[in-house]
Design a protein around this ligand. Sequence first.
Ligand code: DX5
Ligand code: ZN
Length: 229
Amino acid sequence: MIIKCVKTDYILRMSLKQIIAPSLLNANFLNLGSSLSAIENGGAAWVHLDIMDGHFVPNISFGPGIVAEIKRGTSLVLDCHLMISAPEHHVDAFAAAGADYITVHAETTHHLDRLLQRIRELGCKPAVSINPATPLEMIYPVLDVVDMVLIMSVNPGFGGQSFIPYTLDKLRELRRRRPELDLQIDGGIKLGNLDSAREAGANVFVVGSAIFGAESPENACREFVRRLK
Ligand code: DX5
Ligand code: ZN
């Protein structure tokens, strides 16, 4: 019986898509169109958009207006990662801007279940994220409500930080519990730690500086995509 379950879990896990989601945070904002073309040509299917408010995280990035511009300029899946306080006041605007996935942090809202339901009502895929120091148990109640979980492997706010290894334990535990759920990892992902994140259970990989800090973002993206095949 145990052997059968392990086999079923293995099959479910193997059927998950392996996805590279390049983060535009470190892209050239003077020429976002060419940044998008680079990752499209490099084989990415998603683009990860980091929304920061200077309150939940120390940095400020961009808002729904830029997301709407990006929507007009690409057919990539828009993966919006909201690192903002009280995201319930803003999800409607990001949905209207064309977000496909909207990820909110469990630390940022009092009514997480209501908010995730609202995101689905808006026609988007709801996802939940937790910071490195937030216990995984905080999101157990909503695992049936989300389409994806994002495990932060750096403290959110900036690109180019070092990967925090203990976050892999959360991936392992989540993957054990949910063989079928999309699990995303975000922060400090390089070619050198891609395999360990994958083995721990991630199947969606956010990559920022390792793509947009490279001499050729297109080639760097292509190499990440190739490594997942
Ligand atoms: C960090 C952001 C990340 C970041 C990833 O707060 O959520 O998406 O841009 O960039 P790298 O891959 O450079 O850590
Ligand atoms: Zn992110």
